[in-house]
Design a protein around this ligand. Structure first.
Ligand code: IPE
Ligand code: IPE
Ligand code: MG
Length: 243
């Protein structure tokens, strides 16, 4: 839980995202296997979601597994699969209590029926009309794949006269994308690397990006609040002259 000093800090409606990187290095540093690193990572997710709800964010989008991560060793992927099922089982009751709406996006069919069924059920169980927070989990997600599938869908709709080329704008393009968000205000990447790794490419146009060296399993509520506070002091100009 966020400590009392910070629990009063809020950024109502803010759309934030996190590239949760560093589980593997954390495991190595602590002479554990990589799955233990991911397991510790899930624990951090729970606390950061709680903090995000307390800070009254509108949405929190978490990069859990990328399209490129499918190339990792089978054993690691199996470990992640088991963790997803375990995490949904243990966390959803708490999310329901907190009125957090859970949404998974990306191509995660290859995790198998047990995972897709658990995800379906979790999404149904948390389908609140007025959620306290929207929690979006990117699983098997790639920004490029998202843009390509959106383009294909649009082409099909143009061919069948459901969409006219002239009407395509940002608003419509967002609707065809898989990610259940529009513009992002803040993106945080943990783990020390300064890259996007194929996350929400279309959405990041004017997002404030913060990189921090902390490995994800060591990331704390306090650090998260610090990122939010830093964000709140940033002047966002969107290409215009400042006032
Ligand atoms: C992020 O941690 C989690 C996933 C990509 C699934 P990593 O496993 O990439 O951790 P590092 O970057 O190897 O330390
Ligand atoms: C980004 O981390 C993806 C997730 C955190 C899910 P990676 O570890 O896959 O990214 P790279 O390989 O360092 O770019
Ligand atoms: Mg990594």
């Amino acid at each position: 839980m966020a400590n009392n000093n910070n629990s009063s800090f809020t950024l109502p409606g803010l759309n934030a995202a996190i590239i949760m990187d560093g589980n593997g290095r954390w495991a190595k540093k602590n002479t554990m296997n990589v799955t233990s690193g991911h397991e510790k990572g899930v624990d951090v997710v729970r606390r950061i979601v709680e903090t995000a709800a307390e800070a009254k964010l509108g949405s929190l989008s978490l990069y859990a597994f990328s399209t490129e991560n499918w190339s990792r060793p089978k054993k690691e992927i199996l470990g992640i699969k088991k963790l997803i099922i375990k995490a949904i089982d243990s966390q959803v009751p708490e999310l329901i209590k907190q009125k957090v709406k859970l949404d998974f996006f990306g191509d995660f069919e290859d995790f198998g029926k047990q995972v897709t069924d658990a995800i379906d059920q979790a999404q149904k169980d948390t389908d609140f009309q007025h959620p306290s927070l929207k929690l979006n989990i990117a699983l098997g997600y790639g920004g490029r794949a998202d843009i390509i599938q959106a383009t294909k869908l649009m082409a099909n709709d143009i061919n069948s006269d459901k969409l006219s080329v002239e009407t395509i704008n940002d608003e419509i393009f967002f609707k065809y994308l898989n990610a259940p968000i529009r513009e992002l205000d803040l993106l945080i990447r943990t783990g020390g690397d300064h890259r996007i790794s194929n996350f929400l490419l279309y959405h990041l146009a004017y997002t404030e990006i913060q990189f921090c060296d902390t490995l994800w399993p060591d990331f704390t509520e306090l650090e998260f609040i610090k990122c939010l506070k830093k964000f709140s002091k940033t002047e966002r100009r969107f290409g215009k002259r400042s006032n």
